[in-house]
Design a protein around this ligand. Structure first.
Ligand code: GLU
Length: 468
């Protein structure tokens, strides 16, 4: 039997980092076992589901490199099918019409609370044999009252529920709409899902869904319930802990390969190895090797992994991210791939995030007047360097070729002529070229900037210090 898994997000917000982890685990496990990964959009809650959220989920999955093999399927397109299944259940006696009013149900619940019982449906209509008439009604599932239901979860131990703990869940609401558990069970069957990988928060739904499978005589899939993501304070990960949307991590300069590496390592390990490429994860990862304790989200570690991935990344992986970050820093339109490719190695070695890389190389792409960091300019662009800076601009302008040895020769000659040390001239030049006192090597910086911008910026530095 070939493996079929699904990721089934509800399009009611952004793609949460916890949801992304579920998608990643489905993808990785499926790749390892050469199965099919299906995307199903659970949009039965029409009030809260939006087209925009669907778009954000698709964008997030694409960015992370987790495209589904099949789908997206939309639950809202399957309403007819869900209701047909309920008709079959009614005919076979697995479901029944319930006309209990809200007032009655509230009163029952109130009584249960008073006597310390678990609030649940009391089965009032279970044997009343009502037919669906004009009266407002719901359709409930006739849950077996005796025995227990259990499954060997691929991550947790065997999980058991006494049937007496499960009440007769609603399959169809009084407005005729199918409920969540019904839709999930029907779709998991119809889509031939063999393994359901989802968060631990769904464990209580599983016995209900399994009962629906059994009532229909369908083969029940396997289940793997993953521990949830928690923040460093132990609470379930939420906005309070910082970014929770996958695309926000993108904006903060994380690479998808680093996010995937980091998320995979939360609860899973392979010896002592920390850094994994996606290809390695696709070969090694198996949900059955996941630990059972909650995974704690640790931003410092994510940053560390991101630095590794930035250093190891190919230009194809980095260029779109760098261009996006430069655009966010006001370089618009962002530089082309051809402009960015040659400067990558210089900055790749030193950045923990793509935001940092963009901040460090932004000076190269500024066409208007370069702004200076106030402190660096006051410190280094002093009257004493006016003459050597002017002379350097002239000498560089006269160079027939723009290569490091020639640039360095002109620079050294200028130092000697003005009796200056390297540092005494390099720092003022650095401020003039980059606006700050920190940059890659001064000659590398000049080569990257090109002759025209280098000469213009040194001349502008002279003008600035005359006015200062
Ligand atoms: N739509 C559910 C959610 O977003 C997931 C349901 C499932 O995986 O079975 O939490």
């Amino acid at each position: 039997m070939t493996l079929r898994t699904r990721f089934a997000p509800s399009p009611t917000g952004f793609l949460h980092i916890g949801g992304a982890r579920t998608a990643l685990f489905c993808h990785l496990h499926t790749r390892r076992h050469q199965g099919t990964f299906i995307l199903r959009i659970e949009d039965t809650d029409t009030e809260r589901s939006t087209q925009e959220a669907v778009q954000v989920i698709l964008e997030g999955l694409t960015w992370m490199g987790l495209p589904p093999d099949e789908g997206p399927h939309f639950q809202s397109h399957h309403t007819r099918r869900y209701l047909d299944v309920v008709q079959e259940m009614l005919a076979a006696g697995h479901a029944y019409v319930c006309t209990c009013s809200r007032e009655r149900l509230d009163a029952v619940r109130e009584r249960q609370r008073e006597t310390g019982d678990k609030p649940r449906y009391d089965g009032h209509c279970r044997n009343a044999n009502l037919s669906p008439g004009a009266e407002p009604h719901v359709i409930r599932f006739r849950t077996p009252q005796e025995g227990e239901i259990s499954w060997d979860d691929k991550i947790q131990e065997t999980i058991r529920f006494a049937n007496s703990e499960l009440d007769d869940l609603i399959l169809v609401r009084s407005d005729g709409s199918p409920t969540y558990n019904l839709a999930v069970a029907v779709d998991d069957h119809d889509m031939g899902i063999t393994l359901v990988i989802r968060g631990e928060d769904h464990i209580s739904n599983t016995p209900r869904q399994m009962h629906l499978f059994r009532a229909m005589g369908w083969e029940v899939p396997e289940y793997a319930h993953m521990p949830l993501l928690h923040g460093s304070d132990g609470a379930k990960l939420s906005k309070r802990h910082g970014a929770v949307s996958v695309l926000q991590y993108r904006e903060e300069g994380f690479l998808p390969s680093a996010i995937n590496n980091y998320l995979a390592r939360l609860g899973w390990s392979h010896g002592e190895q920390e850094i994994f490429t996606m290809a390695e994860l696709e070969q090694l990862f198996d949900v059955s090797q996941l630990g059972r304790s909650a995974a704690i989200f640790d931003r410092a570690k994510l940053l560390w992994i991101n630095g590794h991935h930035i250093r190891a990344a190919t230009p194809e992986q980095l260029l779109p991210e760098l261009a996006m970050q430069l655009a966010r820093l006001g370089i618009d339109p962002p530089p082309s791939t051809e402009e960015l490719a040659p400067i990558l190695p210089e900055f790749q070695a030193r950045a923990a995030t793509m935001v940092e890389m963009a901040q460090k190389c932004r000076f190269l792409f500024i066409d208007s007047v370069l702004p200076y960091e106030e402190k660096a300019a006051r410190k280094h662009l002093t009257p004493g360097v006016q003459a050597p800076l002017s002379a350097l601009a002239t000498a560089l302008d006269a160079l027939p070729e723009w290569l490091t040895p020639a640039i360095e020769g002109a620079f050294q000659a200028n130092l000697a002529a003005h009796n200056l040390t390297m540092g005494q001239l390099a720092q003022p030049v650095r401020v003039a070229l980059t606006g700050s006192g920190a940059s890659p090597g001064i000659f590398e910086t000049m080569v990257m900037l090109g002759k025209q911008k280098t000469v213009q910026r040194i001349q502008a530095g002279v003008v600035w210090l005359r006015g200062a």
